[in-house]
Each structure stands twice: as structure tokens, then as C-alpha cells.
Design a binder for this molecule. Structure first.
Ligand SMILES: C[S@@+](CC[C@H](N)C(=O)[O-])C[C@H]1O[C@@H](n2cnc3c(N)ncnc32)[C@H](O)[C@@H]1O
Length: 446
């Protein structure tokens, strides 16, 4: 069986998380733990071959970095110069659509059409005369392809007497946003048909799960306590980090810089027990309020978390004999800036933080088992759109008994040249308006 995963904006992290989850055995998700077999990948989408059917809805809820999960229906050959429409001219017969794509539904059928690119060069399109359709079925603009294909499918269905409504991507976009798929009930009343377009092949696929954007919004903005000054990690990124920690259900994870508890709530939702601590009493009060709200909202049984007010360097002593599977934390990123700071300030911040991390890592080693992971964020100051000033060295972790883990294996990274990895094989999560981005690092106890 083939599945395609539509990647989030920070696609390197999406791929890292996806591979970590796919390669961990989990019967409830339909995963055997076999190495993931990647058939195709691009910054938009990753196609895999799976030995057994997956539980897509459950998997979707687990993955912070994945926007949609698609089931691949067919693979159709295409000449490099062919447009998607041309390649699929005879494919979407009403009988194929009804059998392979659409849900059985009594009322007016609603379907959407999205195109994802397996090769981003297709955006440039072939050389052709402006305004003229070429022999290979191209119009002027690749962005007209979903409409042309959608209309062709709609026409065929209407001719069979079916009542159909077509939902198309916004202007200058090739794919429907997940919110549009959900709001139009496409998966209940018809289908979202997805085309994965490559140079010499097109995959036809249908969406089988969509990220619940409303629930992520609730988990972020409806909590009683917020802390705009310290900043909060987005729930999706928290999920990604926890999924990179390599823990088993019911294991205990520690966030020693928990703030108002985003990682704690996401860890609980993913089935872990969470320990949270922070040096700031007010932050712990916020965590308490948020987790109480969260427990009621998501019907979480008691005893899934424990909170302490403590300096991260002291918390292992307070937890005494308690073992944790992993430490997952946003950590403190030092001062947050509105504009790029002076070089001297950056150097001082790195020095202070290295000293704090060193003390913490030394203590955390007492809590972690061998191979236990620390997944944390460290600051990366954004110099230009794509360049960052990063902590110059992570060599301090070695004498403390840790290795740095590649966020994506070198083998996979070699195949996926488009991934944005740092020179030390870590990845950066950033937002357009932020000067202090987060470098996500994984340390593993030797
Ligand atoms: C960026 S915030 C974490 C936000 C959290 N991830 C969330 O989403 O709410 C960093 C936190 O580290 C805490 N902190 C700073 N230095 C600390 C230390 N030495 N020990 C424990 N906590 C510390 C701060 O009080 C702050 O709440």
C-alpha cells in the first residue's frame, strides 16, 4: 500500500518526525517498525510504501508536522513535457471515481482537487508560447491545472446525471488548505482528489485524514493562562519534539523549563506521563491552570502529570530515584529580541547558555537511561532569510556522556537533497517575524 504525507511549512522537521513515528513499532497505528521505504519526496509531500494498512486518523492526530494523509490510488506514466491534465486525460472516468475515490453519499456530491508537486521545478513549467496551448496540454500557467482537471472531472460526472459541486484551491495556489477540506465536508460528502505530479509520473490519491486545525487553535489560544513575554512553543512543534524523543506509551518525560505547560499537555495527549518544572512560580501556576483545563477538555484521567517549582539544575535531585525516558524542553533561549542584536550580546548569550546547558546536562544524566534522549531548542539568531548565527560548538556534550543525534539519518538526507539541515545535522524552526529562531537538537546518553 502506498501513502502520501503532505508536509508542514517547516518540512525538514515534518520529515524527521514522520520517519521517527513510522519506524517505531505501533500496532494501533498499523506500524511494524520496519525501515521506512520512501518512494518519492519533495518539500511538499513524501510518498511511502507500507507493508500493512495504517490507521490514518490516529496517525494524523499524533503528527504535528503533517497536514494531510493521502492514500495513493494509482500511478500513471507521463512524458516530461506533458501537463498533468494531458497525462490524466483518459483516467478519471465516472466509474473509476465512484469506485476508487468517492465516499458513498446520497446528497449532492462535493469534491475538491489539489495538486502537490514532487518536483518543484514544475512550477517554472515548460518553455512554450505565451497564450497558446501546447501539444502536451499545457496552458499558460500551472495554477490553472486544478481548475481544468476539476472541470473535466465534473463534466464527466454531470453527464452521468450526478449532482456535483467542485471546490478549488484559491487563486495562485495548487492545493486546498486543510480548513477548506474540513469546512466543506469533502471527506464525508465526496472526496478530495489529489494529484502528485512528477516529471515522468503522476500519482492519483485521495485524502484520508486532515490535520484538525481547530483543535490545535483551541490547544494554543483557549487555554486560561498565556505568557506572551516568555513565549510559548506552538503545540504542533511540541508534538514533533516529543515524537523525536523515542519513548514508549506511558513512559515519563521531563520538561524542566515547562513555562505554562505546552509540552506537558501535548505529551499527555500523546500518551506519556509528564513531569514539569520551572524556576518561575507564576509559570508553574499557569501550567497548573492550563493542565486542569486541559484535563477536563480532553477527559484525561488523573495522575498523568506532576509539577514542581525548581531550577532545572536542581530538579534531578528533587525527583530522587524517579527515572524518566527523556527530557523534552524548549528550554530558555536567553533574551528575546525585536531586531538583530549586537555580536557581543550574541556571544555573551551563547556563553551564559552553554554554562547553563552544561550544568543541566550533567544533572539530567542521573535521570536518563542509556540511549535516553534530550530533545531541546537552543537559540539561532536569524541573520538573513536563510542564514543563522548558531551556538558555535556543541562539543561540551561529549565529556558529559552524550552524543549528538542526526535529526535525519545521513542516508535519507542524501536522498532528500531539498531538506534544510544545518552543518551539524540539526534543524531550525523559525517564524518570519522572529529574530531568535529555535535550533532543535537531539542529545543521546551514551
Ligand atoms: C521559553 S519559556 C518555555 C515556554 C514553554 N515551552 C511553553 O510553551 O509554555 C522558558 C522558561 O524557562 C524558565 N527558566 C529560565 N531559566 C530557568 C532555570 N534555570 N531553571 C528552570 N526554568 C528556567 C523560564 O521561567 C521560562 O518559563
Amino acid at each position: 500500500m502506498k501513502y502520501a504525507f503532505v508536509l508542514g511549512r517547516v518540512y525538514t522537521l515534518s520529515v524527521a518526525e514522520l520517519v521517527a513515528v513510522l519506524e517505531k513499532p505501533d500496532v494501533s497505528l498499523g506500524l511494524t517498525g520496519a525501515p521506512v521505504k520512501v518512494l518519492e519526496s519533495s518539500p511538499e509531500v513524501m510518498v511511502i510504501e507500507s507493508e500493512a494498512p495504517i490507521n490514518a486518523e490516529k496517525m494524523q492526530r499524533k503528527l504535528g508536522g503533517i497536514i494531510k494523509i493521502l492514500e495513493v490510488v494509482d500511478v500513471v506514466k507521463k512524458r516530461e513535457a506533458d501537463s498533468v491534465n494531458f497525462a490524466l486525460k483518459h483516467y478519471f472516468k465516472p466509474s473509476v471515481l465512484k469506485k476508487q475515490f468517492f465516499k458513498e453519499y446520497k446528497g449532492k456530491v462535493q469534491f475538491g482537487l489539489s495538486i502537490y508537486l514532487l518536483n518543484m521545478d514544475l512550477l517554472k513549467g515548460p518553455v512554450r508560447q505565451p497564450g497558446k496551448e501546447s501539444d502536451f496540454g499545457h496552458s499558460n500557467n500551472i495554477f490553472s491545472e486544478p481548475k481544468r482537471l476539476g472541470m473535466m472531472i465534473k463534466k464527466g460526472l454531470t453527464e452521468t446525471g450526478a449532482s456535483v459541486r467542485l471546490v478549488l484551491p484559491e487563486f495562485n495556489s495548487l492545493a486546498l488548505a486543510s480548513v477548506v477540506v474540513t469546512k466543506n465536508l469533502l471527506l464525508q460528502k465526496g472526496a478530495e482528489i489529489c494529484i502528485l505530479a512528477g516529471n515522468d509520473v503522476v500519482y492519483t490519491a485521495k485524502t484520508i485524514a486532515v490535520q484538525d486545525f481547530e483543535d490545535y487553535g483551541r490547544r494554543d489560544y483557549q487555554r486560561p493562562a498565556r505568557d506572551e513575554k516568555q513565549g510559548m512553543i506552538p503545540p504542533k512543534v511540541a508534538q514533533i519534539m516529543i515524537n523525536l524523543a523515542n519513548c514508549k506509551p506511558n513512559d515519563t518525560i521531563l520538561d524542566p523549563f515547562c513555562g505554562i505547560g505546552t509540552l506537558l499537555q501535548e505529551g499527555i495527549l500523546l500518551g506519556y506521563k509528564m513531569l514539569g518544572s520551572d524556576i518561575n512560580k507564576k509559570a508553574i501556576k499557569g501550567s497548573e491552570q492550563n493542565l486542569e483545563w486541559f484535563r477536563n477538555r480532553y477527559k484525561i484521567s488523573p495522575g498523568k502529570y506532576h509539577l514542581e517549582t525548581a531550577d532545572a539544575r536542581e530538579i534531578p535531585k528533587l525527583l530522587a530515584a524517579q527515572k524518566v525516558c527523556a527530557v523534552v524542553s524548549e528550554g530558555t533561549l536567553g533574551p528575546i529580541y525585536g531586531s538583530y542584536p549586537k555580536q557581543g550580546e550574541i556571544e555573551q548569550n551563547f556563553k551564559d547558555l552553554t554554562s547553563l546547558y552544561q550544568d543541566c546536562l550533567k544533572e539530567f544524566a542521573n535521570l536518563l537511561p542509556s540511549k535516553g534522549r534530550i530533545v531541546m531548542c537552543i537559540p539561532a539568531y536569524k541573520k538573513t532569510r536563510e542564514t543563522y548565527e548558531m551556538l558555535p560548538s556543541l562539543d561540551f556534550i561529549k565529556p558529559l556522556g552524550y552524543n549528538l543525534v542526526d535529526i535525519i539519518s545521513p542516508n535519507l538526507a542524501k536522498k532528500m537533497k531539498f531538506l534544510k539541515l544545518t552543518d551539524r545535522s540539526t534543524a531550525i524552526y523559525d517564524r518570519k517575524d522572529q529574530v531568535v529562531a529555535r535550533e532543535i537538537v537531539i542529545f543521546e546518553k551514551i
